[in-house]
Design a protein around this ligand. Structure first.
Ligand SMILES: Cc1cc2nc3c(=O)[nH]c(=O)nc-3n(C[C@H](O)[C@H](O)[C@H](O)COP(=O)(O)OP(=O)(O)OC[C@H]3O[C@@H](n4cnc5c(N)ncnc54)[C@H](O)[C@@H]3O)c2cc1C
Length: 424
């Protein structure tokens, strides 16, 4: 025996790899189990294959972009923030660049380079990696986790176990909620999972007609009845089922897990122009082509795919000459441009959700160590925990920070309160 503590990590995603690296750096013998044939399957898909690895922001800014249970992350973010991650990755030979909104990507624009870097880090630290090796159960004895049972029937004993099995979104990447079952089996509560950062299904037949059209710098507002729930500017995409794009994904965090009945959306297509300025602009366009048909007069104002839809919603006859359009009709047109309407019928499912809202309750976990409060030597990291954030690299930072803290804590477990209590 080496006398080193043995730490088992379940799950080879961002959180699990970081946990394994941190535990090995802290002197533990680390074994990582991944049920897929390779590490980081979800990481490979991130940032459309470019991997928005983090957000170059201070901890307060990171916390303000966490949409659920932000306070829980205080210690984790302060233990390992985005600048520490960036420095570590760059020192390991992965050059990074920072883009709009402080989003950080590898210079190569390849998520595979992030995975390669992590794999090299794991290998240099002697982490033993078992691929195609699903963990079936936790071995728990007298409120202490003692190891895992593999699908093969093999029992692996250890000083600590870190669960980094992810959520249930994009299940094709291996994130199938196994950690929720393990946590429940250990007597811990799990908040019901819901898809989040996910597109909307909309009711109106005119939305799919604009499929593929992307609008930049529009303002999206969401309402429940008259109450405004959300308003932000950004990029939106029309699809065959509804609306998507960064603006919609972020907006979905205010609806995830709640009833969408009565939720309507409005898009301000011209947020830079107030109604008076926009009306002047329309009058000017009309004045330049007095005899043009209304349907042919909006080309300077709108993308071609939107024109028939806006004409229909304005209820102005498309074949009317612009010099015959009345003030009331123009006001209706203005309303459509400033408050383009849609109704939310639902959110798309886990297969398309960037993240899972819900998971192992933060009440069950010590935020200073990531150890389960009721079960000693059992640690959690990443999306398996009931935490989620906006787009922009914040979700991966949650995985890195909680992974780091869980890894360090698992390696130093005797210093933790729970273990001290057990060993005295
Ligand atoms: C399409 C897409 C794009 C995204 N883009 C970004 C982005 O650019 N920036 C960002 O910050 N976030 C992004 N995210 C979110 C981010 O990828 C996740 O929040 C993050 O990867 C979660 O990491 P994790 O390690 O906790 O979980 P996961 O990455 O889900 O890893 C869990 C791992 O555990 C393994 N596992 C599960 N059960 C078992 C078991 N029983 N035994 C052994 N292994 C098991 C799984 O196979 C999996 O490999 C994106 C998500 C998606 C789906």
């Amino acid at each position: 025996m080496s006398g080193k503590r043995k730490v088992l990590v379940v799950g080879g995603g961002a959180a699990g790899m970081m946990a394994a690296i941190a535990a090995a750096d802290a002197g533990s013998l680390v074994v990582l189990y991944e049920k897929n044939e390779k590490l980081g399957k979800k990481l490979f898909l991130t940032g459309k294959g470019r991997c928005n690895v983090t957000n170059a922001s201070d901890v307060e800014m990171l916390l303000s972009n966490v949409t659920k249970n932000a306070k829980f992350l205080y210690s984790a973010f302060y233990s390992y923030d985005s600048f520490m991650l960036m420095e570590q990755l760059e020192n390991e030979g992965l050059p990074l660049k920072t883009e709009r909104g402080n989003r950080v990507f590898p210079v190569s624009d390849k998520s595979s380079d992030v995975i390669k870097t992590l794999e090299n880090m794991l290998s240099r630290r002697g982490v033993q990696i078992f691929l195609n090796t699903p963990v079936k159960e936790l071995l728990i004895c007298r409120d202490s986790c003692q190891g895992v049972l593999l699908e093969t029937g093999q029992r692996e004993m250890a000083d600590a176990v870190i669960l980094a099995t992810g959520g249930v979104s994009y299940p094709s990447t291996g994130s199938t909620g196994d950690g929720y079952g393990f946590a429940k089996g250990a007597g811990l509560s799990v908040e019901k999972p819901f898809p989040s950062l996910v597109p909307f299904v909309t009711k109106e037949d005119y939305i799919p007609k604009m499929q593929g059209l992307s609008l930049k710098n529009v303002v999206l507002s969401l309402y429940r009845g008259k109450k405004r729930l959300y308003e932000e500017q950004g990029e939106l995409l029309f699809t065959h089922f509804g609306v998507s794009g960064p603006l919609v994904l972020t907006a979905s965090t205010v609806l995830s897990g709640s009833d969408v009945a009565g939720i309507t959306g409005r898009i301000d297509l011209k947020p830079a122009l107030d109604e008076k300025t926009l009306d002047d602009r329309i009058l000017r366009d009309f004045g330049e082509a007095k005899n043009a048909l209304f349907k042919n007069s909006l080309g300077k104002l709108l993308p071609a795919k939107m024109i028939p839809v806006v004409v229909r919603l304005s209820e102005i006859s498309q074949d009317k000459r612009v010099n015959e359009v009345t003030k009331d009709e123009r006001l209706r047109l203005l309303k459509v441009l400033k408050e383009f309407p849609f109704t939310v019928e639902g959110l798309r499912g886990f297969a398309e959700a960037i993240i899972t809202r819900g998971g192992v309750s933060v009440k069950e976990i010590n935020p200073g160590t990531m150890e389960a409060k009721k079960v000693g030597n059992l640690f959690f990291a990443g999306e398996v925990i009931d935490l989620d954030a906006k787009t922009g690299g914040f979700n991966l930072q949650i995985a890195w920070s909680t992974g780091y803290l869980a890894g360090r804590s698992a390696a130093e477990c005797p210093k933790n309160a729970f273990c001290r209590k057990e060993t005295t």
